[in-house]
Design a protein around this ligand. Structure first.
Ligand code: HEM
Length: 137
């Protein structure tokens, strides 16, 4: 199978007739996709509060708890999982640490609804305007 990649969906095209692990048959040329965007919002996977922004669901006693890569599918899973996953995590952590060490952030408009503009990558609809105040201590 060879991949089709996009940030919110990913999939494979069968090069030969095949049988998936759940017994589902695919014919040569069939395409099979999963939608990372939808999987990240499914109560079946994340519980009834799946739609709520709850970063603490990733924490236990304040310590980050990685989820199965088959559950949090953004970096793919299995033998062809993203080779840059740990690198990407480290970059995000370093940037967050540097920004939060030197600035306090507050939404410019507390009433603003943080919504997506759905494109091939997810953008903030109208941007997310924040005030950054330098930390003095
Ligand atoms: C937030 C950042 C990133 C996301 C969400 C992401 C996501 C993905 C996904 C979904 C795949 C699987 C594609 C497929 O086979 O269908 C993939 C593959 C890959 N990614 Fe990333 N990636 C990210 C960052 C990076 C970075 C920073 C690097 C390198 C420094 C990288 C290197 C790779 C490589 C080499 C593969 C191919 C692995 C293989 O086919 O064996 N990625 N990535």
């Amino acid at each position: 199978m060879f991949p089709f990649i996009c940030t919110w969906k990913d999939g494979r095209c069968a090069q030969v007739d095949d049988v998936l692990p759940d017994g589902h048959k695919v014919k040569k040329g069939d395409e099979v996709y999963y939608l990372a965007y939808a999987m990240g919002r499914m109560p079946y996977i994340w519980g009834e509060d799946a739609e709520e922004f709850q970063p603490e669901r990733w924490l236990k006693d304040g310590v980050f708890q990685p989820q199965s890569s088959f559950q949090f599918i953004s970096f793919h899973a299995g033998p062809r999982i993203c080779l840059g996953k740990e690198f990407a995590y480290r970059q995000m952590k370093i940037l967050s640490i540097v920004l939060l060490r030197y600035f306090r952030f507050k939404l410019s408009n507390n009433a603003q609804d943080a919504a997506y503009r759905v494109t091939i990558t997810l953008h903030m609809k109208g941007g997310l305007h924040v005030c950054a105040t330098p930390r003095t201590t």
